[in-house]
Ligand binder design. Structure first.
Ligand SMILES: *Cc1c(COP(=O)(O)O)cnc(C)c1O
Length: 377
């Protein structure tokens, strides 16, 4: 049968679609590594859909492996975790358009407040159930967090709100600006700022709050930053920003080879003919492009693994596909190409892709496009 344009294109029958497979066992192993580095509680940070690995999957796995808290940037993400049946405490710390105090209290979602204005906006809603809040000190980022000059005002307002039963101060937090340095000395100013903040909170008569500062790097490298809890995000999915610890890659990106051909030497490949085959060779097409998160700016070393060997990506990355030079090897269509996966000595890792693209692995995993099917190993 032909369509109006005579273009029935039977898709390759039986091919598995491009898929990002999350590996829960790796997440659990990464939590176990964090556990060996700290006695503090572990918050599993699952913002940006669990760094692209599926927030609910990563959260459930991390909690089963010993994480006692969950962290997200906004209340909507937190609500999805609650809806999925996760019952541990959840903190959110980036609430650009304000927070629905009633919903936060009802959902048992903790809110970080980083300025007197933010807290005032919360109190104006006169919540009938106390909202659990974490006072967020700016420990050197000038991003979220309360500047030191406004700290006393924030505490005074929190005092009032707590006396009226509208909020309860349960936490105190900062964030390390040098999150990718394994250097306790570099963290020291933030540690001392948070200690100072803690003294002011104690002086104002609050019960000692749960105090937290470190993210993955601090967790793995600097016990002085651990306080009562660490916030472990990138590490869950195998990224150690400090570069000191071999963590477990927690995902595998695969796609079937859709087309293969033998070509002559001097064959231009892809848009602009940016690559000319230097010899007679075999090319294979993999249906993943920059719309799926394959970085367009990559070094000539960028490769995928097929049949246990690395083969280079050649020519420009298109929106929907890349071309692989497989040399003497003819790859039958339907063969699985693995773009990245856990380190096995052959398969490229997210760290390899970050290097090839001149970026950090976080952008690789959070950039995988929505049409890539998500599965769990
Ligand atoms: C993202 C984030 C974390 C987790 O950082 P990782 O380096 O990914 O572990 C912790 N705290 C805050 C405030 C964050 O925004």
């Amino acid at each position: 049968m032909t369509g109006a344009l005579g273009m029935t294109r039977p898709g390759p029958v039986g091919l598995l679609p491009p898929a990002l497979r999350t590996i829960p066992a790796a997440v659990a192993a990464n939590v176990a590594i964090a556990r060996t580095r700290t006695r503090a509680r572990i918050m599993a940070v699952v913002k940006a859909d669990g760094y692209g690995h599926g927030a609910v999957t990563v959260a459930r796995t991390a909690v089963a492996a010993g994480a006692e808290w969950l962290g997200t940037t906004d209340p909507a993400e937190a609500a999805r975790l609650r809806a999925a049946g996760l019952t541990v405490p959840i903190l959110t710390w980036l609430n650009p358009s304000g927070v629905d105090a009633g919903a936060a209290a009802a959902g048992g979602i903790d809110i970080a407040v980083g300025s007197p204005d933010e807290l005032a906006a919360l109190l104006e809603q006169s919540p009938s159930t106390a909202v659990r809040i974490h006072l967020h000190m700016d420990t050197g980022m000038a991003r979220e967090g309360c500047p030191a000059a406004e700290w006393d005002a924030l505490i005074a307002l929190a005092r009032q709100g707590q006396e009226r039963g509208q909020v309860r101060v349960v936490g105190l937090m900062g964030h390390l600006p040098l999150a990718d340095q394994a250097d306790p000395e570099a963290n020291a100013p933030a540690v001392s700022r948070l200690r100072q903040a803690a003294r002011a909170v104690a002086a104002a008569g609050f019960d000692p709050p749960l105090t937290h500062l470190a993210a993955s790097s601090g967790t793995l490298t600097d016990p002085a930053t651990h306080f009562g809890m660490v916030r472990f995000g990138a590490g869950l999915v195998g990224i150690d920003p400090s570069g000191t610890t071999e963590l477990h890659g927690a995902s595998r990106l695969t796609a079937p080879v859709t087309h293969s051909a033998a070509v002559e030497a001097g064959t231009p490949v892809g848009y602009g003919g940016a690559y000319l085959t230097p010899r007679a060779t075999n090319l294979s097409v993999v249906p993943l492009g920059y719309a799926d998160g394959i970085p367009r700016e990559i070094s000539p070393d960028a490769s995928v693994q097929i049949h246990g060997r690395r083969h280079r990506v050649v020519g420009r990355v298109s929106m929907d596909q890349i071309v692989i030079d497989t040399g003497a090897e003819h790859i039958p269509p339907g063969t699985t190409a693995t773009v990245f996966g856990p380190r096995d000595g052959v398969t490229p890792t997210i760290h390899d892709w970050a290097r090839w693209a001149g970026t950090i692995p976080h952008t690789i995993v959070t950039g995988i496009g929505s049409r890539v099917k998500r599965t769990t190993a």
